[in-house]
Design a protein around this ligand. Structure first.
Ligand code: IPM
Ligand code: MN
Length: 368
C-alpha cells in the first residue's frame, strides 16, 4: 500500500483543535481510497517557546526536509511578542524549505456566506499565486540612528529574476492545468478563437514601484509570449485588484503577485469566500517539502472551546492530498466539505456553525 509520511505541527491557540479534525478527515480519506498516511507530530509553537526558550531547533528544519508534506495548524501566542514565532517558525520554514509559492484558492461554496450582494459560487472561483520567498519578507533593510530623533528605518523589497521567473512560470503552468484543459468561462469569444484557455492576471503596482514591478512585468510578458501562448495575460494594479475583488470577482481566473500584495489580497479573498473559517493555502516547493495551512490565525480566545471552524484546516488537508497526487481523495474531501457547508452549517464563523469543531470533522469524515 502506498504510504506517505506527513509532519504535523498543530501549533498555537486553536491550531491543535482544527488540526485534529483535518487529520481525522485525512485518515478517513486514506481508508476509503486505499493509501496510508504516517503522521509525525511536532510541538513547535508558543507553549514550547515559553517553556524552553527554543523557537525552532536547526535539527528540526533538517528533519522536516525529509517529509514530502507538512500540515500546519496555526502560529501565534498572546504571551509571545508578535514576530518571534511568525518569523522563527512560519517564515523560517517557508524560506529554508524554499517554499517559493503560496497557493491560495478563493472559492465560494455557498452564497449565504458571501458578504457581497448577488455573488454566487460561479462568480467567486479564482486562485492567487503569491510569491513566498522574496519581496518585503526577506528582512533586508535596517535602521540608521535608531532611537534618535532622526532615525531612519529602511525595509527593502527583494525581487530576483530567478525568484520572479519561477513564480511566474508556476502560475502560468497552474493556470494552464487548472480546469484540465477546459477553457475558463470568463474568456471572451475572440480570446477563445485566438487559442486562449486560461487567464493569468499579474497584480502589481507598475505605476509607482517602477523597479520591482518593471522586472515582474517584463518577465511576465517575455515568458508568457514565448512559452504560454494559451494563457491570456492580464494586468491589474493592487489597489484596483481589491476594488474588483468586491465589485467583479468573476473577472479573475488565476492571479500572480508578490509576497506582500499576496498577503494582503488573500485576506480580502478569504472574506469573500466566506471568511477565515474556510480559507486554506499551500506553501509549495514543487521539488521539495510543501506545507499546508489554514490561513487564519491561532484565534487564542477560542482555544479549547471546541467552537472554531475546522474546515479551513480540512481544506488544507485536501490541498495536501492533491499535492501528493491523491487527487480522487482530494476531490472527495472537497465534495464532502461543500455538502457540509451547503446542507449542514448555519454559519462559517466560530461558535455559530450549529455544530462543534469535532462534530464538523465527524460530518466531513462521515460523508467520505
Ligand atoms: C499569512 C500570515 C503570515 C504572512 C504572517 C503570520 C507572518 O499573515 O500567512 O498570510 O504575513 O505571510
Ligand atoms: Mn496574511
Amino acid at each position: 500500500m502506498k504510504t506517505y509520511n506527513v509532519a504535523v505541527i498543530p501549533g498555537d491557540g486553536t491550531g491543535p483543535e482544527v488540526t485534529r479534525e483535518a487529520v481525522k478527515v485525512l485518515e478517513a480519506a486514506a481508508g476509503k481510497f486505499g493509501f496510508k498516511l504516517e503522521f509525525t507530530h511536532y510541538d513547535f509553537g508558543g507553549d514550547r517557546y515559553l517553556r524552553t526558550g527554543e523557537v525552532l531547533p536547526d535539527s528540526a528544519v533538517e528533519e522536516l526536509r525529509k517529509f514530502p508534506a507538512i500540515l500546519l495548524g496555526a502560529i501565534g501566542h498572546p504571551q509571545v511578542k508578535p514576530g518571534i514565532l511568525e518569523k522563527g517558525i512560519l517564515l523560517r520554514l517557508r524560506f529554508e524549505l524554499e517554499q517559493y509559492i503560496n497557493l491560495r484558492p478563493v472559492k465560494l461554496y455557498d452564497e449565504r456566506f458571501c458578504p457581497l450582494k448577488n455573488k454566487k459560487p460561479e462568480d467567486i472561483d479564482f486562485v492567487v499565486v503569491r510569491e513566498n520567498n522574496e519581496g518585503l519578507y526577506t528582512g533586508a533593510g535596517g535602521f540608521v540612528f535608531k532611537g534618535t530623533p532622526h532615525e531612519i528605518a529602511v525595509q527593502e523589497s527583494i525581487n530576483s529574476r530567478r525568484g520572479v521567473e519561477r513564480c511566474l512560470r508556476f502560475a502560468f503552468e497552474y493556470a494552464r492545468k487548472r480546469r484540465g484543459g477546459q477553457p475558463w468561462r470568463g474568456l471572451k469569444p475572440e480570446d477563445v478563437q485566438a487559442g486562449k484557455k486560461a487567464q493569468l492576471t499579474l497584480c502589481g503596482k507598475t505605476n509607482v514601484l517602477t523597479y520591482a514591478f518593471d522586472l515582474w512585468e517584463r518577465t511576465f510578458h517575455e515568458i508568457g509570449e514565448k512559452d504560454y501562448p494559451d494563457v491570456k495575460r492580464d494586468y491589474a494594479h493592487v489597489d484596483a485588484t481589491t476594488m474588483w475583488f468586491v465589485k467583479n470577482p468573476e473577472w479573475f481566473d488565476v492571479i500572480v503577485t508578490d509576497n506582500m500584495f499576496g498577503d494582503i489580497i488573500t485576506d480580502l479573498g478569504a472574506m469573500i469566500q466566506g471568511g477565515m473559517g474556510i480559507a486554506a493555502g499551500g506553501n509549495l516547493n514543487p521539488e521539495g517539502t510543501s506545507m499546508f495551512e489554514p490561513i487564519g490565525g491561532s484565534a487564542p480566545k477560542y482555544t479549547g472551546q471546541n467552537v472554531i471552524n475546522p474546515l479551513a484546516a480540512i481544506c488544507a488537508g485536501q490541498m495536501l492530498l492533491d499535492h501528493l497526487g491523491e487527487t480522487a481523495a482530494a476531490d472527495a474531501i472537497e465534495k464532502a466539505v461543500i455538502t457540509t457547508v451547503r446542507e449542514k452549517l448555519k454559519d462559517l464563523a466560530a461558535g455559530r456553525m450549529g455544530y462543534s469543531t469535532s462534530e464538523v470533522g465527524d460530518l466531513v469524515a462521515g460523508m467520505l
